[in-house]
Design a protein around this ligand. Sequence first.
Ligand SMILES: [Zn+2]
Ligand SMILES: [Zn+2]
Length: 494
Amino acid sequence: MARPRSGPVVSAAVLALALALAGCAGKRTTVQAAGPPGGAPGAASAAPASTAPPAPPAPPAPPAPPAHVPRQPAPGTWLRGDLHSHTATHSDDARRQGGDPTRKTIQVAEYVGLDFLAITDHRTNDVITDPDATSGRMVILRGMEWGSGMHAGAIGLTRPIQPDYRTRGAGLAPEVDAVIDEVHAQGGVFVLDHPLDEGNHLWVVDPKAFDAIEVWHSQWSMRSWAPRTQRDLDDKAAGLGLTAVGLAPNPHLVTAVADRRGSSSLQALTFWESYLNSGRRVTAVGGGDRHMLLPQGSPTTHVYARSRDVQGVLDAIREGRTYISRTPVGPFVTFAADGDGDRVYEALIGDEVSPGAPVVFRAEVLGATGGRIDFVKRGQVLHTEAIVGPHHIAEVRDVPAALDWYRVDVYEAIDPAARNRHLALLQAAQATGQRWAALAAMAVMVPGGALHTNLGTVLPTVLLPDDVDRVLNASLKDPGYCRGAITSPIYAGR
Ligand SMILES: [Zn+2]
Ligand SMILES: [Zn+2]
């Protein structure tokens, strides 16, 4: 059955609305400048009486400088895309799994309305010279999923790089750092992919200068319910020869596996927060990791870009101007701060506010009625409130200390009937520890009449009904909700 063609049109309209609102916020001016202090010279009608001849008329007063020049947010446009996608042309496993060649992979991403797509096949530079890696509608970023045990998105490549690490033990971390230096030399970014996803992917090395962490990898609760353990970490460190030479594993990974509140997805969030709490600025991105079957954009990474091109997307990631949403059609989030009391929200996601003075943080959320918004400060919820309409505005005032950071989490409500119908099934499948079981459960969850599959790809591409997608993104920590959006931080300076 063909998908109704209205989908992308509707999504374009929602995006246009979101951009219009972002623009409104940016253009808002608060008239705060007072008039000339004390009035113009010569206007002092209460001057003492005098017998002196009248003074010549005073020249017109020059315009007084405004008492306050409002700072404005940096100019840009929100673009939405996916930074993690495989093709059957260049990835062995995607080929084996019935994935699509480059051209059809790109067509699927165009169909769901993305503005950019990174092609990140496993340990191969081939996409750099692939003539099919182009699009008339999207910005295409050429890259690679680097590494055989610790995966990373090396995105924005123009020349081949070493596709994997070759050393173990003491040489491993310097080798990873050298690869990152080479990616940076090409103008690209380096993303630690699914850092807690499976035992053999744990980022047990702590690179010096990477750009981002894939905080949200495919559907939040789809891949695994089980948190990773210290044992997984120890096995990984031993396997890479770190234990034998007495090297301590990545301390942020140690913090992450100690978090037993939920799933490995929550541990990935904890991993990122541990970096932020240490004072490092690390961008949050999402990755759909499409091999086949489901389209890209689950989740979607939004970047605030100065230009609609490769440079614009990569700069936005470097500058921390990102948020992640569950789908390409939302929820949409604007998160900004006013640090000088003029009601102009000049600091956007990725920007800095001054510590030691009051700051008003403001979030606008589109398309999450019935959900919840959390303002998060240094990993703790500072303020939470219900989202009561399709365009919800929330504000919180706080005085940041040096090196604090703030972000917004949006949760969407899961329909209780859908939750009852689907969640037990998914949990039972997850309990097997087999990925195919989760896929089988998902197939049962999708009613036949709701399958939209005919995108002309090698395997059918399944566009999930929204109630099913919400269950697949369920938050174990917050029953009744799914993950809706996660922003990168606004930072307090030193
Ligand atoms: Zn991977
Ligand atoms: Zn992948």
